[in-house]
Design a protein around this ligand. Structure first.
Ligand code: ATP
Length: 618
């Protein structure tokens, strides 16, 4: 049996989303789609093309003037004409320079705006991506697409589109002048060009292959950096003393990147050498053939020959860059393809057509016959039936991996149930808008997530514009006020990456304060499994009280005290509810719940003692 990745449903799974190996297939629809991003800037684009045409034409003027100087001003000893020609040449160079400044401005304005649009579109789209997407993409993959790929688009425009247009105009305008001056010599100069076509394509292909391999390896390097050079990764590396091993892994990938980059820069060196040699010996050949045409046939003037020599570099230069342009086009195309791949991922969990606003609610929560699976071929939850009346507290208990967290995810539709219904006040959660649904639900997770920002900013995330009194009240209720007040910077203290500067208990109390600020009608609380000292424990217990008071709550309970406070307890095992009832009823049943309690009793003698005392009292 293989250990390959399981197929994920709903477009989930890394292997479903990303297919980097795929060679970009150029097609009309894709070009049309890319073009759409350029369309809003068509006026600037037209102006840019005008600039390109004008500069490529102006670029010919100095060569043409040189011809006139040699053929007219010098033989006629016309100093005035000579000065005029020189002044004209100078003026065209200055004008051309000024236009190219404008060209750079237009170039950068168009490309930066396209990047702006793409970044916005990408971030906006990713905001609504299902959780399954984030749990299946690799670290660094998203940042790489938003940063590297979109930044690469700038190069697409400046280096590919603009360069290509520039080269095309330079090539054709130069060829036209050559043909007009002397078609035979022009033919002689241009006849070698078709020879460049095959090697150009060949070099292009080799460079593309190397470039995509380099890209792959760079992504690998990026992942290593992102995974290890952060708080969590560093902790692991240090704890398992893997610094050396990590360094070796990094160095190996880094070495491959360097090798590939060197290879890429050397690809086509013979081809480029041939072209440079041709460019170098070209003038001599032109003098040879041009000289023959001038001396023996009188078909071309001396100025004409010099004109050809000066134009030679201008005509071969675009050809050399065409070798790179084919790579650049493929690379740019691939970049767009990678960006579109993300933009095309379906947003699974969205408002359905005709979804209604979930208004004021009483808070009755019901799961009827609910089924769910993360993977197509593995059922995670089966036939879940839960009934919580408004203001009541339901506790979910059971072994690790039983499906308790998954049950709670279905209520705010972080994942969607496959069968059965999850409803609030009798309304199916799938029939209401996500925004109105999630507004009513507060979640305090086991693993508290805080932004690396100030305490105030973290709190305000729950309620924009909450006043100081509101913040104070929430923090007092969550038992975190005194702690914040004692900090030198108070609410402005920055909590560090994932709240590293706070203790586990403080983080939890802060997240309870955050949930309180939201003031939801329904609360989902995933109690921390980690044992805290009795002071922290009682601080948290006291913080939880106002959070659960007068609200419907679904609590994944690990502490017996919480479990016993519940109105109804659901025992979850292997994705099914195996027992339900009150603490006393379930104890009397002597089944799974009793076993769980006994286990907890052994694990936590102190709590167990309390429980025993209570039993004795009963
Ligand atoms: P614990 O008490 O340890 O938190 P739990 O009862 O809350 O466990 P769940 O987190 O709901 O259990 O997990 C139920 C099952 O679903 C487990 O087998 C788990 O491996 C699997 N699972 C959880 N999250 C995902 C996910 N994002 N993708 C695939 N499988 C998942």
């Amino acid at each position: 049996m293989g250990f390959g990745p399981m197929p994920m449903k709903g477009g989930g799974g890394r292997f479903h989303y990303l297919d980097d190996e795929a060679k970009p297939k150029m097609n009309k629809a894709m070009f049309r789609r890319i073009f759409k991003y350029y369309l809003p800037y068509w006026r600037l684009l037209v102006l840019l093309v005008v600039c390109i045409v004008v500069t490529s034409l102006l670029g010919l003027v100095p060569s043409l003037l040189t011809k006139e100087i040699i053929d007219k001003a010098l033989p006629d000893k016309n100093f005035r004409l000579l000065v005029n020609m020189i002044l004209l040449s100078f003026a065209t160079t200055v004008v051309s320079g000024l236009i190219s400044v404008g060209q750079t401005y237009l170039n950068s304005r168009i490309s930066k705006n396209i990047m702006f649009d793409l970044r916005n579109a990408m971030y906006g789209h990713l905001q609504y991506m299902p959780i399954s997407f984030f749990s299946s993409v690799q670290t660094g993959e998203i940042t790489s697409r938003i940063n590297n790929d979109i930044n690469g688009i700038e190069g697409v425009f400046s280096n590919t589109v603009v360069q290509m247009l520039n080269n095309l105009f330079i090539f054709f305008s130069t060829a036209a002048v050559m043909v007009a001056t002397n078609w035979k010599l022009a033919l002689f100069s241009l006849v070698v060009l078709p020879l460049f076509v095959y090697p150009t394509r060949k070099v292009g292909k080799v460079r593309w292959k190397l470039a995509s391999k380099t890209h792959e390896k760079l992504a690998e390097l990026n992942t290593i950096i992102l995974e290890t050079l952060n708080i969590g990764g560093t902790f692991l590396v240090k704890l398992f003393t893997k610094e050396k091993k990590q360094q070796e892994t990094f160095e190996a990938v880094n070495r491959e990147v360097t090798k590939l980059q060197i290879k890429e820069s050397l690809a086509g060196r013979w081809f480029f050498m041939t072209i440079s040699t041709l460019v170098a010996v070209g003038p001599m050949l032109i003098y040879m053939v041009g000289g023959y045409l001038a001396i023996r046939r009188g078909e071309i003037s001396v100025g004409g020959i010099v004109l050809f020599v000066t134009l030679l570099g201008r005509i071969y230069q675009p050809v050399t860059s065409f070798a790179n342009i084919s790579v650049d086009i493929t690379r740019s195309y691939a970049l767009f393809e990678r960006i579109f791949q993300y933009l095309d991922i379906k947003q699974d969990i969205v408002d359905k057509e005709g979804a209604v606003e979930l208004g004021e609610i009483k808070g009755a929560v019901r799961y009827s016959g609910v089924c769910f699976s993360y993977h197509e071929n593995k059922q995670t939850l089966s036939d879940i039936n839960i009934d919580v009346r408004p203001g009541e507290m339901a506790a979910l208990v059971g072994p690790s991996g039983a499906g308790k967290t998954t049950i709670t995810y279905l209520l705010p539709r972080l994942y969607e149930n496959d069968g059965g219904t999850v409803s609030i006040d009798g309304i199916d959660v799938k029939d209401v808008t996500l925004e109105s649904l999630r507004r009513q639900i507060g979640i305090v997770t086991q693993d508290t997530y805080l932004f690396n920002a100030s305490i105030r900013e973290n709190l305000l995330f729950a309620k924009d514009g909450a006043g100081q009194e509101e913040l104070d009240a929430a923090c007092r209720a969550a038992n975190i006020y005194d702690f914040i007040a004692a900090l030198p910077e108070g609410y402005d203290t920055v909590v560090g990456e994932r709240g590293i500067k706070l203790s586990g208990g403080e983080k939890q109390r802060l997240s309870i304060a955050r949930a309180l600020l939201k003031n939801p009608s329904i609360v989902i609380l995933d109690e921390a499994t980690s044992s805290l000292d009795s002071v922290s424990e009682s601080l948290i217990q006291a913080a939880i009280e106002p959070l659960l008071k007068n609200r419907t709550s679904l609590v994944i309970a690990h502490r017996l005290s919480t479990i016993m406070a519940a109105d109804r307890i659901y025992v979850v095992e292997a994705g099914r509810i195996v027992e339900e009832g009150t603490h006393e009823q379930l104890l009397a049943l002597g089944g799974a719940y009793k076993k769980l309690c006994d286990k907890q009793f052994r694990l936590d003698r102190k709590t167990g003692q309390k429980l025993q005392n209570r039993h004795q009292q009963q």
